[in-house]
Design a protein around this ligand. Structure first.
Ligand code: ATP
Ligand code: MG
Length: 212
């Protein structure tokens, strides 16, 4: 074991899951801070295929969300996009994705760090088979405006022990706010990468169709 808590030959892989509808600088900052502070070898970005809990609202297609993720990760050699969830027919669940990824990597060689914002991790007890998660990964809880890390204390002890709270610069950016701005024809500059902004406009995503 060396200073960073890594056994020889061990890889540390971050997993950034999300709807990414669209992906924005809040996601990127969470991933990059986790990568540098926890000395992760890479971060894999996994756009959700069929976000079961978000079916009601106007979304971009899984393929468009994947392309935006791909465009975003191009500039960072340590970031990789993955199609694992969007290529799956059934709704995405973190536990299934982690189990599938476990098949590709020898357990003694890789530790997964599942990166989430506080808002997401505080609702973890509603996730499918959440009790199994500590056996599959460590969880990184980055702070997000409006959510107190102290709330982590309310989670069951087995889960809490698997969570690494990580303080990052607070960015008050959400995909919901970006979609709303687009609908209202307001600027989204400096909230997300320029390539993603251009892609959104080119494909006319999140725009209410004008009545004719
Ligand atoms: P929506 O408003 O549609 O829910 P979102 O901005 O919350 O979108 P998600 O795709 O739901 O983005 O989030 C993916 C992950 O990234 C979640 O774990 C979420 O907590 C985290 N995250 C999103 N935005 C931020 C942010 N600004 N700071 C820190 N973490 C964030
Ligand atoms: Mg969200």
């Amino acid at each position: 074991m060396n200073v960073s808590g890594r056994a020889k030959g061990q890889k540390k892989i971050g997993i950034m899951g999300g709807t990414f509808d669209p992906i924005h600088f809040g996601h990127l900052l969470a991933a990059e801070e986790s990568r540098t502070v926890l000395e992760l070898d890479e971060v894999i970005f996994i756009p959700a295929g069929d976000p079961a809990h978000k079916r009601e609202r106007k979304t971009a297609s899984p393929e468009d969300r994947y392309v935006m993720t791909l465009l975003t990760t191009l500039g960072n050699p340590k970031f990789t996009p993955s199609r694992i969830e969007i290529d799956r027919k059934e709704p995405s669940h973190t536990v299934d994705t982690l189990r599938e990824m476990r098949h590709w990597y020898a357990p003694e060689k890789v530790t997964f760090f599942f990166i989430t914002g506080l808002d997401a991790v505080l609702g973890i007890t509603s996730w499918k088979e959440y009790e199994a998660l500590p056996g599959l990964c460590r969880m990184v809880a980055v702070n997000r405006p409006g959510y107190s890390p102290r709330k982590l204390e309310n989670l069951p002890a087995e889960i809490r022990q698997a969570i690494i709270p990580l303080e990052i610069p607070l960015l008050s950016i959400s995909s919901t706010e970006i979609r709303q701005r687009i609908e209202e024809r307001r600027s989204i500059k400096y909230l997300l990468p320029e390539a993603v902004e251009q892609y959104i406009y080119k494909k006319e995503l999140y725009r209410k169709k004008l009545e004719v």
